[in-house]
Design a protein around this ligand. Structure first.
Ligand code: FOL
Length: 192
């Protein structure tokens, strides 16, 4: 099995969502998400496409005009085998994280990202194959009803800013960023 990365934006108390959506609007973080999940690392064949794996609730939270996430192979997980993807192209439905990961094919797919939500993050973080966590940490405390699981510091350590830039192959703003009244920071955790 290929290693995979969790990508998330979370508050200090690990809040990630409210009412089935994101609790904030951070355009530069969304651009970062799009860049990182789409980018095929240099030196890998350019016909590859990255994979985004998500739970059904996260799928429904993506605005219809951005669904499926373009230029990425979308895998949606639902226990309901009749769940209607409404003919979305480049998208498949599976009933478990294991099945989702088993669809990943080295010949066709580049990096693999688990993009939420809480339930998927919890399942995915527990596996040894979860090699990286890309977290946009939001410094403010915003009301949330859904939470990212705590990162075990025996299992993961925070990587340097240089390692983050190497991983995403682009310059990333370092330190606390500000958007309106929100403060946030781009962080990378790597399995030790
Ligand atoms: N990780 C980070 N860092 N920030 C997030 O907001 C985030 N969100 C999710 C998972 N990981 C994240 C899940 N929620 C879109 C919408 C919601 C969503 C993920 C993606 C979405 O519409 N993305 C479009 C770009 C939209 C835009 O440009 O406004 C895409 O093409 O990626």
């Amino acid at each position: 099995m290929k290693p995979y990365t969790l990508i998330v934006a979370a508050t200090k108390t690990l809040g990630i969502g409210i009412g089935g959506g994101l609790p904030w609007r951070l355009p530069k973080d969304m651009a970062f998400f799009k860049h990182v999940t789409t980018l095929i690392p240099t030196n890998s064949p350019e016909h590859l496409q990255n994979v985004v794996i998500m739970g059904r609730v996260t799928w429904e939270s993506i605005p219809p005009k951005f669904r499926p996430l373009a230029g990425r192979f979308n895998i949606v997980i639902s226990r309901n085998p009749d769940y209607d993807l409404q003919g979305a192209p480049n998208t498949v439905l599976v009933d478990s994280l294991e099945k989702a990961l088993s669809l990943v094919d080295d010949e066709r797919h580049g990096r693999v990202f688990v993009i939420g939500g809480a339930h998927m993050y919890r399942l995915a973080m527990g596996e040894k194959h979860c090699s990286h966590i890309l977290m946009t940490r939001i410094e403010s405390n915003i009301e949330c009803d859904t939470f990212f699981p705590a990162i075990n510091d025996q299992e993961f350590h925070r990587a340097s800013h240089q390692e983050l830039e190497t991983y995403v192959e682009q310059v990333v703003p370092q330190g606390i960023q500000t958007h309106k009244d929100l403060e946030y920071e781009f962080l990378l955790y790597v399995r030790s």
